[in-house]
Design a binder for this molecule. Structure first.
Ligand code: B3K
Ligand code: ZN
Length: 885
């Protein structure tokens, strides 16, 4: 909790550390009502700085200092200064040793940062600045040290004692306690430190690296979850292999461990050799985890594993460089997932997510560049911009350089900076050095916030057989950045003839065509490209694969979009054409609703989706993606002023009309796939995911018909399936359906069956929180009283409160402001127990500028109430104050 207004921290103020810590020797004595931490730090003056000896300022928060010694000399209170967040003392020589002992209270740590307890086990989360809640230290990523850790605990309750690196010694003590010592041979910053003590079981496996070293792999979970680990283990081995093949990166320690914990603020953490995971990102088996959960486990396991190089071996100099490791690692994990599953479908999912959520962030009060230049609370900067937009920036470099040169650049980066803490500039420099390409202008993607707009238009000159494409780019102002300079925007494109074939692409001045799909670089505010030798007017397929994170507009008419949906050879753009068509049709319906007119659906959308459903050649996952209308949150994002009720009504109307018009085809596809699900056992593999995704979206349309045979099918699927994907879909469909009594019975049966599985109960909460039927808030409030709910567990908060505010837009934005008041109440209460979670839950309120005047006033009123509610954490204070600025 802050005692004074938190200060802004600026990148321009960065200074190298005055002192370095060569060795860190930690001892933890873990008890039920406190923990003692002894730290011995072998330190020296930073040799790159002058020879004087400035005061040593160690970070430390919520620590009870028991003793501190400098080179074996016990210091008295007169020898040091102590405040809320620092211990300051005066070294007397260039090399010295600090010994400190502190008492901390993991048993009452509800913020889940530093050392804390989750379901009876001890665990840690140190990134970004949690280590300072464990001991006095230079808690910054550019101070790297060799760690040795000894932990002791009561043996019966904590049989497993883990830390980073390799186990080197262990033994028992009197009084039923035992201890273990771990040594990590790699220098690392404190944010990668980890410790675990608990009653855990593990699944063990082995991986042989490319240089034939055997690595032991262990995944630790609570005993009752030991049957849900295999998928994560398979994912880990695939990740290790993929990183060797695609990036040439080999694992470095002899052991790699993952531990699953129930209470975790994020998805997982890449601590060296000892990854700690939210159990939701480890545990997966058919009966209890959906296909989406299986894919998330695979992606997160890969992400954390990939950090071993992009993050740990080469780390960040300071937290402004966070995207150096996060953007790069997200790019790596998304390519991995694309290789393991379907590349096009993965791209569609990522782009839909980016455009709905990151674009909204980029247009709101928290907008910041991929490399921010100021922050108050670094925990607030683990954002969609740092992660997802950061990944898009890397993807653009990959597109501009080509895969082979990109690989040369990454090899150079890893070789040049192994063991160092570096900046985004260092990364780009390695890419430039390996490629000879000047990326100076490209680097504006790191420094300018906001989503660029790219307007394209075209004209065909029949006499000259030439086709001129004109681009105009601009970027809206964001907080602190009124004016933007032009970006480098890679636009991958093709020109299609009347049969949908790609035409040869020859620009004016070129001797011969250069391929049929190519990347243009738009680098100026206005820029034109003229293609020649085109005997007919082509239709452009622009920004293929979403080659840049921009808002592209081109004046396609609906017939042209239908044509692209059927003929574009770029799978992503086929989907994109369908989305653009749907957006046009839905916006028309929104207008009709707002004018009080009868809603009339453009039949071209029906025709387009009919041909998608009839296309037996098309990957079923693609069919499912193309049947999914743009979400309400995306329609909100692209509205000038979002009319929540009109958006909901228009979208539901369109779904209803489609369900009626396409009933037979949907029913056929549903039954064929359900039959396959009935006759084959569950496999967590892409063709099965694809089949079930089509089956499930078909069911969600079919139920809108209200027909009894659909209800029967839904109940059959619920009862007879062998996996959570089908069961949860059937439940979700019932929950949003008019079949009231079946809904109640099924919800009750589900809860009874799965009451002991917290992750499944999270799904049960989410499904209900997302129900857009009237009375949403009352249902959520009632669910908060359910015995399985607790505000202490971040997954529960996300499942119920997060899903309500983020996905149930009509209920959350109820005109009387009740949804806003509810969310503000939860934020105020979470602010005291878990500031990071409180601050994240706030984000729907920060978007107040998107809504009508009445809602704006209500939302602002709640933000003001939070601000006035008492002592705010720096996390919540930063978001609220910036939102109101
Ligand atoms: N690096 C962690 C983030 C932890 C942040 C906590 N405030 C997870 C990840 O991106 O892999
Ligand atoms: Zn990460």
């Amino acid at each position: 909790m802050r005692t004074e207004q938190p200060k802004m921290i600026y990148l321009k103020d960065y200074q190298a550390p005055d002192y370095l810590i060569d060795e860190t020797h930690l001892t933890f004595e873990l008890f039920e009502d406190h923990t003692l931490v002894h730290a011995q730090l072998v330190m020296r003056r930073n040799p790159t700085l002058s020879a004087d000896l400035p005061p040593l300022v160690l970070d430390g928060q919520q620590l009870e200092l028991l003793s501190v010694a400098l080179d074996d000399r016990e210091l008295s209170a007169a020898d040091y200064q102590l405040d809320d967040s620092h211990l300051t003392l005066q070294p007397t020589a260039a090399s010295f040793v600090i010994d400190s002992s502190v008492r901390i209270h993991p048993e009452s740590n509800t913020a889940l940062e530093g050392l804390y307890k989750s379901s009876g086990m001890f665990c840690t989360q140190c990134e970004a600045e949690g280590f300072r809640k464990i001991t006095y230290y230079l808690d910054r990523p550019d101070v790297m040290s060799k760690f040795t850790t000894t932990l002791s605990a009561e043996q019966h309750s904590y049989p497993v004692l883990l830390s980073n690196g390799n186990p080197i010694a262990s033994g028992s003590e009197e009084g039923g306690r035992h201890w273990a010592t771990w040594e990590d041979p790699f220098m690392k910053p404190a944010y990668l430190f980890a410790l675990v003590a608990g009653d855990l079981w593990c699944v063990e496996d082995q991986f042989t690296t490319m240089s034939q070293r055997a690595v032991t792999l262990r995944i630790y979970v609570e005993p009752e979850n030991i049957d849900k680990v295999q998928h994560a283990m398979d994912s880990l081995k695939k990740s290790m292999k993929w990183d060797e093949e695609v990036y040439g990166r080999e694992y470095d320690l002899d052991i790699f461990m993952i531990v699953a914990v129930n209470d975790f603020n994020m998805g997982a953490m890449e601590n060296k050799g000892l990854n700690i995971f939210n159990s939701s990102c480890v545990l997966a088996k058919a009966e209890t985890a959906t296909d989406a959960a299986h894919q998330r486990v695979e992606a997160v396991v890969a992400h954390e594993y990939f950090h071993n190089w992009s993050g740990n071996r080469v780390t960040c100099r300071d937290w402004f460089q966070l995207s150096l490791k996060e953007g790069f690692t997200v790019f790596r994990d998304s390519e991995f997932s694309a290789d393991m599953n379907s590349r096009t479908v993965k791209r569609i999912e990522d782009v839909a997510y980016l455009r709905t959520h990151q674009f909204a962030e980029d247009a709101g009060p928290m907008a910041h560049p991929v490399r921010p230049d100021a922050y108050m609370e670094i925990s607030n900067f683990y954002t969609l911009t740092i992660y997802e937009k950061g990944s898009e920036v890397l993807r653009m470099i990959h597109t501009l350089l080509g895969a082979e040169t990109f690989r040369k650049g990454s090899d150079l980066y890893f070789a040049r900076h192994d063991g160092q803490a570096v900046t985004c500039d260092d990364f780009v420099q390695a890419m430039e050095d390996a490629s000879g390409v000047d990326l100076t202008q490209f680097k504006r993607w790191y420094t300018q916030a906001g989503t660029p707009r790219l307007e394209a238009s075209a004209s065909y000159d029949a006499a000259a057989n030439s086709y001129r494409l004109e681009f105009r780019q601009s970027c809206p102002a964001t907080p602190g950045q009124a004016e933007k300079l032009p970006f480098v925007i890679p636009v991958e494109l093709a020109l299609l003839d009347a049969q949908g074939r790609e035409l040869p692409l020859q620009l004016v001045g070129e001797e011969a065509p250069v391929g049929r799909s190519r990347v243009l670089q738009v680098t100026q505010a206005e820029q034109a490209f003229t293609f020649i030798n085109l005997a007919e007017k082509p239709l452009p397929s622009l920004l293929r694969g979403f080659s840049a994170p921009v808002k592209l507009s081109f004046p396609y008419d609906r017939d042209q979009l239908m044509f692209l949906m059927q003929h574009d050879s770029d799978g992503f753009n086929r989907w994109e054409a369908g989305q653009q068509l749907s957006v046009q049709v839905l916006q028309e319906l929104i207008g009709q609703y707002q004018r009080g007119e009868a809603l009339v659906l453009d039949q071209r959308l029906v025709a387009a989706l009919r041909s998608v459903l009839q296309d037996e050649q098309l990957d079923q996952a693609m069919v499912a993606e193309m049947l999914s209308l743009p979400g309400e949150a995306y329609l909100t994002e692209i509205s000038e002023v979002a009319d929540v009720d009109a958006i909901h009504a228009a979208r539901e109307f369109a779904r209803g009309e489609l369900a009626t018009a396409l009933f037979d085809l949907l029913w056929q596809r549903y039954q064929a796939n359900r039959e396959l699900s009935r006759s084959t056992a569950y496999i967590a593999e892409f063709t099965h995911f694809a089949r079930r995704s089509l089956q499930n979206i078909a069911l969600s349309y079919l139920v809108l018909s209200g027909r009894p045979e659909v209800l029967a099918a839904c109940l059959e699927q619920y009862e007879a399936c062998d996996n959570m994907t089908e069961r949860l879909t059937a439940l979700a469909v019932l929950v949003n359906s008019p079949f009231e009594s079946e809904r109640a019975t099924t919800l009750a049966a589900f809860a009874e069956h799965f009451k002991d599985n917290p992750l499944v109960m999270d799904q049960w909460f989410s499904v209900q929180a997302g129900s857009t039927l009237p009375g949403g808030l009352a249902r959520v409030q009632a669910l908060m009283q359910h015995p399985a709910f607790t505000l202490k567990n971040p997954n529960k908060v996300r499942a119920l409160i997060g899903a309500f505010a983020g996905q149930n837009l009509v209920n959350f934005h109820a005109a009387d402001g009740s949804g806003y008041r509810f969310l503000a109440d939860q934020v105020i209460s979470l602010n005291a127990s878990n500031p990071q979670i409180a601050s994240r839950q706030l984000s729907p309120l920060t978007r107040w500028r998107k809504y009508d005047d009445k809602r704006q006033a209500l939302m602002k009123g709640e933000l003001e109430r939070i601000l006035a509610s008492g002592e705010l954490s720096s996390d919540v204070y930063e978001v609220v104050s910036k939102s109101l600025a």
